[in-house]
Ligand binder design. Sequence first.
Ligand SMILES: [Zn+2]
Length: 417
Amino acid sequence: MIRATCSISSNQTRRQRLGLRRTQHSGDVPRKGSNCRASRAEKASIEGNGRLVWQTIIGHDAVADSFRASLQRGRLASSFLFVGPSGIGKRRFALRLAAALLCETHPAVELDPCGECQSCRQVAAATHPDLLLISRPADKTELPLSLFVGDREHRNQQGLCHDISLRPMRGQRRVAIVDDADLMSEEAANCLLKTLEEPPPGSVLILIGTSPERQLPTIRSRCQVMRFHPPAAEDAARLIAAEMGITDPREALRLAIHAGGSMERAAQLRDTELWTFRQGFLLGLADLPAASVALATRTVAFVEEVGKEAVERRARLRLVIEFGVDFFRGLMRRLSGSQASADSHGDDQLPVAVERALGSAAPWTDEQAAESLDRCLEALSQLDRNVHLSTLIECWMDDLAQLASGQSIAKVGQAIA
Ligand SMILES: [Zn+2]
């Protein structure tokens, strides 16, 4: 019997290394040989009896309508590229689509999986033999080639490109979801091209990334691009309150706004340690340039505290840099005449820091605030380019200090680019 999903050894350690984890949530017994992986957010979407709670997919009606229309015309494309900010439900949507395409009770054209048949239950539990799921392994910065074409010993006998070509085991088609597609190595992308050019009949391949620009033009041109937008803050807040068990609507709205509609970021932002750090960090920014060295030291320590994993450190630094973005945006709004508290949505840290910056001996100008904001955005893109984190932090703080003291930073970023 062909093993379910990606044909990688069932050895646990090896699976974790390759980023193919079993689902682990109460009430679901993972099948032997299942290599699918469910994120915490998806686990939250699986409730009682393995039913997917469809109503938790919010704000993507236009994309759903487009799929429904293609299915009704019998012209569903075989390759899709889902793009949009991370954490807003693209993966959840892809799983629901997979369930609809694989459901044994409701016709796919309805795009309304029953949630109860064997197939729907297996999709919910990420154990469906015709559903292939791959994502970046926790210890890697990219999607390795082996996930697509097998490791050296099993080249072209394993991996997604091989498995999707096999005859479906339960139904009419195989569905593959490639998460973290922004992080596909060029080699992996080139191997995937052949599958995209000659997709197995009925198969559906979904790549999930953040923007079309992050894909090779050859990949982009072979996929139908589906754009996902963050849900409205109020909708996201309702979902956050329900999924995280938050009873205070103000708290849920504050998280929704700060997370930009991303459930993933909202979960990260619940960390109280982070908000304590943020308070000191924002005040430190207000005290630039004097506070720059201390701020850099504190930031390095805070990022390292999260653990040894580069991925975790990078995620934490991303949040810190985004605090910088919040601060300079707030400062710019205030300099342009907005009231500090008008749009703070329960965030009492930011207005305090902004007022402190404005009350300093050398007040900020619009230009300084705008350039500092640009420098924070630059730091975010440097983070994506895998630069050394301490160096990134030190250069970033150094440049912000220079801007705060009225100097230009024309050579910004060159030292570590
Ligand atoms: Zn079903």
